[in-house]
Design a protein. Structure first.
Length: 595
């Protein structure tokens, strides 16, 4: 009933800035999160690992599971995140307020929904003090009034909104992994020249695919022994249990499933929560008899390790199933390494179960080279001004591959008065463009035609964060701002090759040395395209495009889906936390979901 809701000041139901780092800190370092590392609802840059001597004086606040972390500086930027699984050595800046729910009154995730509400942001903006460095005080946050339903309904609301947030976060993590895979592919082909070296060393044989970075695809430490499941008639209760496991998948299981489903890794068909009596496998590829199990920390206890060993032996002896086992934290935080191990196992099982040469796999399904590309790469490296490069390849400058154009000068506005207006701040935090966050600008038709962005265009920051880059991958009505320089190439293959170079360590080192300006670093268009680089034959760039495009298309799809999910969350949130939209029978709702 609506009468069960009440209004409270936030300070009545939360504690603010409860814990600070002190002399009893158990680590010799901190993982530091500054305001610049946090976006709207997410940590967008990894925490900095600093020794205690290196830590800035503002590195003070400690974060625990369930805390809401909110920037007090320029609150209109909405820099905040929910600490779902914080690491024990996290320390955040004093520019944040750390809000800890008093759980007898308020559910932590419901608290986060309240501070994520745009009406809450507007309240804080009105309390800002200071023109040059506008900020709010903890007292301002404590004075905010929120509506508080009974705890069961808080949990129900938190579950609905949290599910959407978790999906958005999983998409972000998967997109980061796809970007890492794309960079690794560029590095293997065009920096390490691994295909050429593999031919020189006899590691790549004609009619066989080549796993790239072969040594990287093996773990450097033994993983805990795995488990699998027996086969036979599947009892109804086991089927029911498998369905329940699918409904209540962990974050690690959801992330890995999105990366394995639809033959996304090396063409292998995986199923999730697959029953083979008397067990249920987390992931299973029947054609390769390959199982994957994900575990939390309790599986490191002796009784669980012994049980896992016995189950692995049973699977291998009775069914010939090979088992890989990973910790949940490895999947969430070392995703690329996990995918590498799985890929290597898939390749090995294909050889073990089919003695004939492996069937070439689709380009772009992982960091490997299909057999049909064998003749595309030379088997010799020759000297050049950049060091040894593949025979027949050339050394050139970035300017040989693209033309340049400075951006349009205008004011950005939130209202849709014209096309989207891409700025440096829209490209320098993530490795993709979220067009939902990009503002608009007014522009006449002639200028719009001159500055309109097309698929395959590249933009590079010349000021504010010089050297940062992005590639246009959406059909979008947009132009680019004056602090950006557009690079236009002759083909999409050239665009993705240039993009790979712009994202490489080679270009990062060049940009760092080429910047000028004592007050504000900058690079003009001539400097941006002045870097020397290896230029492979067009046929190699075209094959690289085939390899890279599926990864980038999946990334773009994730970003679009997250934009849709965020819009749904933003529409539901104010209605749910105001009571305008009620969760019917909240206790039953929670019980059905095991909460």
């Amino acid at each position: 009933m609506a009468s069960e809701w009440r209004e409270v000041k936030l300070g009545e139901v939360v504690s603010i800035n409860t814990d600070s780092i002190g002399n009893d800190w158990p680590f010799s370092h901190i993982k530091y999160i500054d305001i610049s590392s946090v976006g709207e609802g997410a940590i967008i840059e990894p925490a900095q690992i600093l020794s205690l001597d290196e830590a800035p004086s503002r590195a003070k606040r400690l974060v625990k599971e369930g805390d809401s972390v909110l920037s007090t500086v320029r609150p209109g930027r909405r820099s905040m995140f929910f600490a779902k699984q914080p690491e024990p050595d996290w320390v955040v800046s004093t520019g944040f307020a750390v809000l800890r729910a008093r759980r007898e009154f308020i559910e932590p995730r419901y608290l986060y929904a309240c501070i994520f509400d745009k009406a809450f942001t507007e309240f804080l903006v009105k309390r800002e003090k200071g023109a040059a460095y506008p900020a709010v005080l903890p007292e301002d946050i404590a004075d905010a009034v929120i509506k508080l339903p009974p705890l069961p309904e808080q949990r129900a609301i938190a579950h609905i909104l949290g599910t959407l947030d978790d999906k958005i976060e999983l998409n972000r993590r998967m997109s980061e992994t796809l970007e890492q895979m794309a960079r690794a592919l560029f590095k293997a082909w065009f920096v390490d020249f691994e295909p050429v070296r593999a031919k020189m060393e006899g590691r790549w044989k004609k009619a066989h695919p080549l796993p790239l970075g072969e040594d990287r695809w093996k773990t450097t430490h033994p993983l805990p022994l795995g488990e699998g499941r027996g086969e036979g008639v599947i009892p109804p209760d086991l089927l029911s249990f498998a369905r329940e496991l699918r409904r209540n998948a962990t974050d690690a299981e959801r992330l890995l499933w999105r990366l394995l489903r639809n033959r996304s890794l090396a063409g292998a068909k995986f199923r999730r929560q697959h029953p083979i009596p008397p067990y249920v496998l987390d992931f299973y590829c029947p054609e390769l008899k390959l199982a994957i199990e994900l575990d939390g920390g309790q599986h490191n206890e002796p009784k669980y390790r012994q049980r896992d060993t016995q189950r692995t032996a049973r699977l291998e002896e009775r069914h010939g199933i090979r088992v890989l086992r990973f910790w949940n934290r490895e999947v969430l935080h070392e995703t690329e390494a996990v995918l590498q191990v799985i890929y290597q196992a898939v390749m090995e099982r294909r050889v073990e179960l089919q003695p004939s040469p492996p069937t070439p796999l689709p380009v772009g399904e992982g960091s490997f080279l299909p057999a049909h590309l064998f003749d595309l790469f030379p088997d010799r490296l020759v000297p050049s001004e950049l060091g040894e490069i593949p025979e027949g390849w050339e050394v050139g400058r970035l300017s040989d591959l693209c033309s340049t154009q400075y951006g349009y000068t205008a004011s950005a506005v939130d209202e849709p008065v014209g096309p989207k207006f891409l700025r440096v701040t829209d490209i320098n935090k993530r490795n993709w463009i979220d067009w939902g966050d990009v503002p608009h600008c007014e522009i006449d038709s002639d200028a719009k035609q001159a500055y309109a962005l097309k698929i395959g265009d590249l933009v590079v920051a010349r000021m504010a964060d010089p050297g940062k880059s992005a590639i246009i991958e959406d059909e979008i009505d947009a132009v680019f701002a004056s602090y950006l320089v557009r690079l236009k190439t002759r083909s999409l293959a050239h665009s993705y090759y240039v993009y790979g170079f712009l994202k490489s360590d080679l270009y990062a080192e060049y940009a760092e040395g080429a910047k000028s300006g004592s007050v504000q670093a900058n690079m003009n268009a001539k400097v941006i395209v002045g870097a020397s680089l290896v230029v492979p034959p067009m046929a190699v760039m075209e094959e690289f495009l085939k390899a890279i495009l599926p990864l980038r298309q999946r990334l773009v799809s994730n970003v679009r889906e997250s934009r849709t999910l965020a819009a749904l969350r933003d529409a539901l949130l104010p209605k749910l936390i105001s009571g305008e939209l009620r969760v019917k029978d909240a206790q039953r709702f929670l019980k059905e979901r095991g909460l």
